[in-house]
Design a protein around this ligand. Sequence first.
Ligand code: DAK
Length: 258
Amino acid sequence: MSDKNIIIEKDEGIITVSLNRPDALNALNDALMDELLQAVDNYEKDDSLRCMILTGSEKAFAAGADIKQMQPKSYMDVYKEDFITRNWERVASCRKPIIAAVSGYALGGGCELAMMCDFILASDTAKFGQPEINLGVSPGAGGSQRLTRFIGKSKSMDMCLTGRMMDANEAERSGLVSQVFPSESFLDDVKKVALSVAEKSMVATMMTKEMVNRSYETTLSEGIRFERRLFHSMFATEDKKEGMSAFIDKRKAEFKDK
Ligand code: DAK
């Protein structure tokens, strides 16, 4: 598939996917989301790739779903075709790690896409928002649910009802973003974080992702039971033996993802 709406680079086991519709501030249309879906499928299958960075440009991660694509559609259109549902949750369902690297605008579907990643790193220029209310609609790709889980009801209501933007520092204070880096060194800083994720055992990484994600879906006691089952199962892996032996031998572990 052509990947004209995204740019893919691979280096040191890291795949960087850059959203690439600069004239539309990376507005997310169906073609772009199809390409992203394909990129995630390929990443998941390729054992040489150990972490994905999803990013945009300096000016925009993504300014939302493509308003020009949505504008002519009626209720019957979007209901019958299940409008852009098909290719939107693939990032959230990826079993391998995906880091969102946000510079500039992450608005509407752009903010929702960033929240589908495992965690968000922000440049000090980042601006997050759910401004759909200004268009006479609401968040539609999980924003009302994920943003509330990230930052709590009061701030989520504030963001969704006023449509205002949140800067990187407020986003970090509120728990939306895990770390903020200076814009001058942003992608280098993100790459260091990605390399640190990539050097771990992929088995442990995937299971840890499952556990953390399960915490959004279940009760505390069921979540802890789930964690315990996966934790015990890791004692069957070669990587557990290697990791613990390496610690005792005072050497760096060499994981084999087995
Ligand atoms: N869609 C289409 N084009 C966009 C766009 C967008 N979201 N955002 C910007 N652009 C285009 C502009 O129209 C302009 O194009 P030309 O006029 O040059 O042809 C170009 O990008 C540059 O934008 P501006 O001239 O506006 O640039 P400024 O620096 O002045 O302003 C801005 C930047 C980000 C503040 C402004 O562009 C803006 O407010 N953009 C709209 C932000 C927004 O409302 N986003 C929410 C969209 S609704 C779903 C999945 C997703 C969604 C819903 C359902 N399902 C799975 C069911 C998501 C919905 C949304 O995201």
